[in-house]
Design a protein around this ligand. Sequence first.
Ligand code: G1P
Ligand code: ZN
Length: 545
Amino acid sequence: MQIVKIDSTPFNGQRPGTSGLRRKVKIFQQPHYLENFVQSIFDTQQPLIGGTLVVGGDGRYYNREATQTILRMAAANGVARAIVGQGGLLSTPALSHLIRKHQAQGGIVLSASHNPGGPNEDFGIKFNTANGGPAAETVTEAIYQRTTEISDYKTLDNIETDLDHIGTSRLSGMQIEIIDPVTDYAALMQTLFDFDCIRRLLRSNHFSMRFDAMHAITGVYATHILEEVLGAPAGTVINRRPLPDFGGGHPDPNLVHAHELVSMTQGHNGVDFAAASDGDGDRNMILGQNFFVTPSDSLAIIVANAHLIPGYQKQKIDGVARSMPTSQAVDRVAGKLGIDCFETPTGWKFFGNLLDAGRITFCGEESFGTGSNHVREKDGLWAVLFWLNLLAVKQQSVATIVQDHWREFGRNYYTRHDYEAVDKTAATQLMQHLRNRLEALPGAQIEGHTIEYADDFAYADPVDNSCSQHQGIRIGFTDGSRIIYRLSGTGTQGATLRVYLEAYEAAPEKQQQATASVMAPFVSIARKLAQIAQKTGRDRPTVIT
Ligand code: G1P
Ligand code: ZN
C-alpha cells in the first residue's frame, strides 16, 4: 500500500456554515474537492495524527464513497485508529458518543442533516472535536483558512475497505474497527431512562405510538431500541429503511415534511404519541393525539420534569441554554428552578463550552433540536425516549402535560417563517437595511405594539470569552413578544431568510387559541419592518413551522 501525494489547488468557498460544509453532491464529486477539505482537517488538527478518528454518516448518497476516501487519507496521514459504523453509518449523536467513549481525538460526520439526498441533492461533512461536539468556530475557521492555500493531499493508492463486516483490519499503518452503529448508543440510553417503565407503557393496550424514521438513519436505531429492546409492536417504526435519497423525501421532522406521521395523530383514533427524526438523527418532532409540541416548549417541559427521569434525578441540573431564536419558555422554567439560562447563537457548537464546563445540563433550539450533557450533539431519539419516560411516569396525555405546563408558566406562542432560495444580494440588503434602523426602533409604536429593544445579537462565550457578532436581528416588544430575523447558514441555494415570531400569554383562558391567529399581527409587523415583499419579491414564506 503506497502513500501518494496528489497535487491540488484550492476551491473557493469551503468555509463551513452553521453545521459543517454542505454543498450539492455534484460539487463534492469534483476531483479533489472532498480531499482538499479532509486534508485541511488533518493539517490543522494535529492530535489526530497518531490518534483515533470516528467516521460515519447518515447513509445519504455519496456516504460510502466519502467514507472510503476519508479512510484512505486518514491512513496516509498517520491516524493510528479509525472507528467506523458498519456500512459507513452512524447517527450524529451516536458518533458524538463514540468519540467520548473511546476518547478519540475527533470525528467526521457525513451528512447534510435534514436536507434532501441523492445525486442531485445535498451532501455534507462536519468535523467534531475530542469533546464529541461540532468544532468551535476557531477550529472551523482554521480548517477553512487551510483550504485556501492547500497545494496537495496525502492518500493511499486505490484501496477499498470492507465496510460491511464487523471486525478489525488494517489499512497501511492504521487499525480500522468496523462496529455496530447502534449497540453503544442503545446502552447509553439505557443508563438515562427507565426502560422497564417505558416497556410497560409501550406494551399496554391503552397506548399507541408511531415513530417516523423518514427513510433515514434513525430507522436502524429506533427499530432496535423501540421494537426489539422496549417491545413496541412491530410496525411502530415507519419508513424504517434508510435510503440514499430518503425515498425522495425531505428528511426534516416538521409538520410540513412529516405529514404522513401527523395524519396518524389526527382524529379520535389518532395515536397517543408520535415522533420523527431527521436525516442524521439529531432532530426530533414530538406529537400527541391531535397535538403538536413546539420544540421550544419541549425543551421547557424536559427541564421542568427532569427530576422524574432516572438519569437526571441523580445529577444536579447545572443550568440550561437555548439558541437566541428559540422561544423564552425555558427561561421561565430556569427562573423558577433558580438555575442559569444562557442565550446562545444558532448552532449546536455554541453549547459545547457550556456543557464541557458543567454550566448547563440541557439545551435546545427551536429547529427541532433538544439535548443534554450525555453527548455533545442534539439527539432525536433521546428526546423521544425522554418523552416516553415522562408519559409512562405521569400517565397523562401529551396535551395534558403541555397544557398543565402552560398554566403554570404561561404559554409562548411560536412560529417560524422561512423564505427559501431568495436572491443572496437581496437578502443581505434586507438584513443591512434592518441593521441600519436598529437605533431608531426602540420606543416606536407599530400596529399597537411598542418596541422595547432592537439589536444585532452578539454572544460573548462565558467560558472562553470568544465573541460572535451578527448572529441575527432581535426586536423585542414591551409585552414580551419578539421578532427575530436571520439568514440561514446551512442552505445550499441562494439565501434563506428566517423570521422567528414569539408572543407570550400568561392567562390560562387565552392559552387555547390557534397559533396562526395569535401570531398574525406580528407576522404583519415583521413583513412591514423588513420590507420583505419589496426586497425579496416574496409575498409569503416557503415553509411555516
Ligand atoms: C439550521 C437551524 C439551526 C441548526 C442547524 C443545524 O441552521 O436553524 O438551529 O442548529 O440548522 O441543524 P440555519 O440554516 O438556520 O443556519
Ligand atoms: Zn440533523
